[in-house]
Design a protein around this ligand. Structure first.
Ligand SMILES: [Zn+2]
Length: 250
């Protein structure tokens, strides 16, 4: 089993003291490999949480560069990093936070052509990208690869987070949830509709927690449930998603 050095035991002391994590849970985190799709608002909350938690290997997939309009909700980037590639900067952020995390920066757009290659070999994928076309490619690919997906999205004051394992009987996949209408929809919803910066932090933090509890095995299994957050009303709701009997993916 993966071992922890004295330095790591000290670094993760506040985890290890938790009965639900302990030394075993911390070793499971170190042994885990997670791909994060999108280093935007969601990714900016997810990456510090997963890197700080000691997830052993992180792959960061994003083809974008930092824009001035990103800084309102993407605190892993700084004002002097505008126009530089997000995947590279995010991986530098992770390395500077926790040298025990192996991190790969993938400065490519995830497509139907490269999704299987980029996502294979991970224990879990966290998708916080900004468009439905990529989300559907990620969801379909992971159902086929049998890799759990934590999907997180935030727009205006609304957030949604769910864990999908669509290859299991009675568990919906991402396509069961959104249907087929969005495969060609490539709009940047944030640009069109706006998003509160603190909302992406809330939703991204929740998604990181969902990923960590899935890796460590904390609490009940929430696969197939959709968690909806209303940032204006300050209210979380949980909805059970049905499996679509006509879904073409699962
Ligand atoms: Zn499905």
């Amino acid at each position: 089993m993966t071992d922890l050095s004295d330095d790591e035991l000290e670094r993760y002391a506040r985890h290890i003291v938790l009965p639900q994590v302990g030394g075993v849970g911390q070793r499971n985190l170190k042994a885990a490999s997670i791909a994060v799709v999108g280093a935007g608002g969601i990714g900016s909350a997810v990456l510090p949480a997963l890197a700080g938690a000691g997830v052993g290997r992180l792959t960061i997939i994003d083809d974008d560069i930092v824009d001035r309009t990103n800084l309102q909700r993407q605190p892993i980037f700084r004002n002097d990093q505008i126009d530089r590639p997000k995947a590279v900067l995010a991986s530098e952020f992770v390395r500077s936070l926790n040298p025990y995390v192996e991190v790969d920066a993938v400065q490519q757009r995830l497509t139907a052509g490269n999704a299987k290659t980029l996502l294979s070999g991970h224990d879990l994928v966290l998708d916080g990208c900004d468009n439905f076309a990529t989300r559907l490619v990620v969801g379909d690919t992971l159902t086929r690869l049998r890799i759990p997906l934590v999907s997180a999205a935030a727009v205006q004051f609304q957030g949604q987070v769910a864990l999908f394992r669509g290859w299991e009987p009675d568990k919906p996949c991402y396509r069961c949830f959104v249907g087929d209408a969005f495969d060609s929809d490539d709009c940047d919803t944030c640009a069109e509709q706006g998003v509160l910066g603190a909302l992406t932090a809330t939703v991204g933090g929740f998604a990181a927690l969902m990923a960590i509890r899935a890796i460590v095995g904390i609490g009940e299994d929430v696969a197939g449930n959709l968690f909806l957050f209303d940032g204006a009303a300050l209210d979380w709701r949980k909805i059970r998603l049905p499996k679509d009997p006509n879904c073409r993916t699962c």
